[in-house]
Design a protein around this ligand. Structure first.
Ligand SMILES: Cc1ncc(COP(=O)(O)O)c(C=O)c1O
Length: 398
């Protein structure tokens, strides 16, 4: 049994989420008793089994170059089978240095300067960055909100695929910022369209391990003729809070796509992994399922707390059902001010740091994202401060 109420001292850890210097760059004035609910990492200690696997490496005490050994492939294969019911082969797996870096390599591998990339919006900002920084154009497909849930406009997608012939479609599954889980039918439709229009489907599944409502389907659950046009990106970085290890992997069933991608990795000299990164993945996947279950339940309870609080006490705010992960997408549009104004006022006057909806790719205005991956005490304090903030907005912004 893990006790996620125990506070961790992250102020001295030099993590971006809690570091005053970094916070100042993003939020200007913030009081000393700030509560950071912005960057997507969790404030919980890693599972004991991961810590012990690091300790074993530290006891040996030599951190020279390593290589991608079989235990890594075996761990990924078993994890994908046990958790997501998909059969994959060792050959399909390639280790790399974080999902965001991998998105950049993929764009480099498959796009030339005047090509384009399709994505649904709003979405995690680095999707855009990966394209723009390579001089590649983005085509945005706006998600529709129906009954307070995001839906994909497939007709629009098809016409964008037909008109722009994007080289890649980047899909965030589950979706960041909302936590929306795509159904198997939705995934199939996207994959079929991509195949029809010869657009490679790149699916980022890093939020696919903490599931609160419904069922998550890996894109590799689809039929073989569809998965041969797919690049799946994943890691235990979100579920087990290992982002700082900067290690992740891709799964690519199609040999030609895989070889082209690997050629690009080779051109960037992405070779031997970080010593701790590979150990972290193996340990998380082989030995830490109990932790994942418990941390998911703790986050779910945080969600229920925050959701009840908003329902009962902050009538001007509403939120999307958090189907997965630990990021709550909250609508502030009834307050009558912008997301940027709200975020600034909340941080400067109340010390609660959340993500401005405008930090995502398009269509985030009217929204903020609250990170619930922290001790419940922080969530309780933050919700009380958010309530006060909303009550006092009229005094400032009328
Ligand atoms: C959708 C998504 N992909 C990737 C990442 C980051 O992955 P990595 O740290 O492996 O680059 C995040 C982090 O918030 C994310 O939300």
């Amino acid at each position: 049994m893990y006790d996620f109420d125990i506070k961790t001292d992250r102020i001295n850890e030099r993590c971006r989420k809690w570091d005053k210097k970094i916070i100042k760059e993003h939020f200007e004035d913030v009081s000393d008793d700030f509560i950071p609910l912005w960057i997507a990492d969790m404030d919980f200690k890693a599972p004991d089994n991961i810590l012990n696997s690091f300790k074993r490496a530290i006891d040996i005490g030599v951190f020279g170059y390593t290589y991608v050994y079989d235990e890594f492939y075996d761990a990924v294969i078993s994890w994908q089978k046990d958790m997501h019911g998909v059969d994959i082969y060792k050959d399909w797996i390639t280790l790399s240095y974080g999902t965001v870096s991998t998105l950049h390599y993929i764009v480099q591998a498959f796009c030339n300067e005047n090509d384009s990339i399709l994505m649904n919006t709003p979405v995690y900002e680095p999707f855009n960055g990966a394209a723009i920084k390579q001089g590649v154009r983005c085509i945005y497909n706006k998600l529709n909100i129906i009954n307070n849930r995001y839906y994909i406009d497939f007709e629009e997608i098809e016409s964008q695929l037909r008109e722009f012939k994007p080289k890649l479609y980047l899909l965030c599954s589950p979706h960041n910022p909302s936590g929306r889980i795509w159904s198997i039918d939705e995934l199939r439709k996207i994959a079929m369209l991509c195949k029809q229009y010869k657009t490679i489907l790149v699916v980022d599944e890093v939020h696919g391990e903490q599931i609160h409502f419904g069922r998550f389907y890996s894109i590799l659950s689809l039929e073989e003729e569809l998965t041969d046009n797919i690049i799946l990106l994943s890691s235990p970085n979100k579920a087990f809070n290992l982002g700082g290890l900067k290690t992740s992997y891709s799964i690519i069933p199609n040999k030609n796509i895989r070889e082209r991608f690997r050629e690009r990795l080779s051109k960037n000299s992405i070779t031997s992994p970080n010593v701790f990164g590979i150990i972290g993945i193996i340990s998380a996947y082989n030995d830490c399922k109990d932790y994942l279950k418990e941390v998911t339940k703790y986050i779910y309870d945080n969600y229920i707390y925050a959701a009840d609080f908003i329902d009962n006490k902050i009538s001007k705010l509403s939120y999307m059902k958090m189907e997965s992960s630990y990021l709550l997408w909250v609508n502030i549009s009834k307050t009558g001010i912008t997301s940027t104004e709200f975020t600034k006022f909340l941080s400067s006057e109340y010390g609660v740091l959340v993500e401005d909806g405008n930090n995502f790719v398009c269509d985030g205005e009217g929204w903020i994202r609250i990170n619930l991956g922290t001790q419940r005490e922080n969530i309780k304090k933050a919700m009380e401060r958010i309530e006060k903030c909303v009550q006092n907005l009229d005094k400032i912004f009328s």
